[in-house]
Design a protein around this ligand. Structure first.
Ligand SMILES: [Zn+2]
Length: 282
């Protein structure tokens, strides 16, 4: 009984902490083209299509933000989503799945479902009910939407969502605009695959496509190409310095000098250098 009480208090207090953490988060909406918008709150950027068929979203941030997401969709003329696409399994992109999955259909790559099933306590309503191994087309709001799985890059279950009519593509966490990226090597990610995938996107889409990154501001192709250049040159620099026997601390200092502002709270220069070290040790 005591244990149960403690467990209850623990859950109640962690929910309280979560509520407080998100208390001041506001959803900012940005119209991009056609029926497509971007919502920026906390966690991964949300892609939105609002129109005659209803509302479709790409990723859904954290559970405590679900009501604010619905309110923001309402201001765009939308409603609770009929369709939710997940670019990958991380909690800052799938947190509102359990809420939206009660009334909408969640679609993802098959490995997203596998990893969410693995997450302890994850509510059944948050699981994708339609999965694919390679790609799927969605026809909604007069948009031709191609959802394409990319080979191991950020994780082993990544998808990008290409709104071909509006000429907008959501890259999920294959794109941290202006920041050193997190690459989830423990979940099947690979730094070289990550960079190759981004190059394949640049080769695939028209030059005037607008790009929703997983994190950071809206982008165009030129800005994405700049990011790819930094990824490639910083990775090469880290590898050279590691081969020459430099310590991680020296490498971090050199990275901060050459790429000011690219290190951030979560992935600072040290963490980026360690990512490459870990990637190459496998
Ligand atoms: Zn993310």
């Amino acid at each position: 009984m005591y244990r149960l009480l403690m467990l209850f208090l623990l859950i109640a207090s962690s929910e309280l902490v979560a509520e407080e953490r998100f208390a001041n988060v506001q959803m900012k909406a940005l119209h991009i083209a056609g029926s497509v918008h971007m919502l920026d709150g906390a966690g991964g950027n949300i892609g939105v299509s609002v129109g005659v068929d209803g509302t479709l979203i790409v990723d859904d941030q954290y559970a405590p933000l679900a009501d604010r997401i619905v309110a923001a969709l309402g201001e765009l003329g939308g409603d609770r989503p009929r369709l939710v696409l997940n670019t990958h399994y991380h909690g800052d992109h799938t947190g509102s799945n359990p809420d939206f999955g009660r009334t909408g259909t969640i679609i993802s790559h098959e490995n997203v479902r596998v990893r969410l099933l693995d997450r302890e306590g994850f509510e059944r309503s948050g699981l994708p009910v339609v999965t694919y191994s390679d790609r799927v087309n969605v026809h909604f709001n007069d948009e031709e939407i191609e959802v394409i799985h990319l080979p191991s890059g950020y994780t082993d279950g990544d998808s990008i969502v290409w709104f071909k009519t509006a000429n907008v593509i959501h890259l999920g966490d294959h794109y941290f605009n202006g920041m050193f990226p997190y690459v989830d090597i423990d979940a099947g990610g690979n730094v070289d695959g990550f960079i190759r995938n981004l190059e394949s996107v640049v080769a695939m889409v028209p030059g005037d496509t607008m790009i929703i990154p997983g994190h950071g501001p809206l982008s165009d192709i030129d800005r994405l190409s700049e990011n790819i250049t930094v990824l490639k040159s910083s990775t090469a620099m880290i590898r050279e310095m590691l081969a020459d026997g430099h310590e991680i601390a020296d490498i971090s200092t050199a990275l901060d000098g050459k790429y000011p502002g690219w290190g951030w709270r979560f992935i600072n220069a040290e963490r980026w250098a360690k990512t490459i070290e870990k990637n190459d040790a496998l």
